[in-house]
Design a binder for this molecule. Sequence first.
Ligand SMILES: C[S@@+](CC[C@H](N)C(=O)[O-])C[C@H]1O[C@@H](n2cnc3c(N)ncnc32)[C@H](O)[C@@H]1O
Length: 340
Amino acid sequence: MNTPSQEGEGTEAAASPSNTDSWSHYWDSGALTSLADAFQANYQGAVRQHWEALFASLRDGTALLDIGTGNGAVPMIANGVARQRGIRFDLHGMDRARIDPARTVTAERELLDGICFHSDAAAEQMPFPDARFSAVTAQYALEYSDFARTLVEVYRVLAAGGLGSFVIHHPDSTVLKVAREELRHGALIAEIALFDRAEDLVGVLLGAPDTQARKALTGDADAQAARHAFNAAAERMGARIRGSRHPELLQIALDYVVRACKLANGGPASAALSLLEQGRREVSASLARLSDLVRATGDGSRISDIAERARDAGLIVQAPRKLYDEQRRLLGYALRVDKE
Ligand SMILES: C[S@@+](CC[C@H](N)C(=O)[O-])C[C@H]1O[C@@H](n2cnc3c(N)ncnc32)[C@H](O)[C@@H]1O
């Protein structure tokens, strides 16, 4: 059993509100995976094979629910396997975020056919009757929820003989290493106040609407100070980008501010300022999702806490397995549970 402190840490952390708005915003972009830099279109490699093996073992007509489905990556894989086998599953995906894959997803759209999505639906309080499903899946999702309550719901909505299959973050996985690095990049962007420095410079440039006025800026001490401050911030960004293996977030932020400064040099004022605002929002939404990811993963004891809660909920729990990709990079845990 858990010590009280482990119990408090696991459940309390998981119960704190996950950043639903930033996920809604993300899924609105039409992405299929929550790890857009790591996978093209839908999940590939070992994670996909893990799911394909499970779906190959399910009977025709199986009712399957995917929790924290995002834009439906997992039920889409299930749909693909069912079609190859010439059978059908009764597929459902639910997410606490606002999702509408039929409108937003462009890749592999044909695999959305027949999947029923439940938007704004929390895993801790599922909108389904008892024993509605024979299989429940979740990929990088169970741990984002208040998993003790979610597992009680999993038990309730599973029919006797049903199964649960979960892919869960591992604190030492590649995904987590990248996430921690990107959070450090976020801290740098905040420390050098990149967007504020860019806004100062954009303000100066917008105050000099013609060539004559812009020339005069070279003799203006305030304008020069704004330029130097922005350049110093951009140089620190550049140095970090050159030294980083995962500079995507830094690059996105830098692109926004550089484009805004170029636009301010003769373009319409509102366009430059709204580009900066858009950049701020995009970077802060990415950081919110990354913090959510690190919080959900927890430390090395999270997986045993989840397994323990699954047992408490009445499920039969197999030992968690580590999932690796073809290059032996750790992708997470696979956890299988069954209802007698
Ligand atoms: C990392 S994403 C995973 C999405 C998808 N399963 C995948 O593998 O790409 C986590 C998802 O869990 C959802 N989520 C977080 N807490 C939840 C909860 N309590 N109930 C339902 N969904 C939740 C988030 O909105 C987000 O879409």
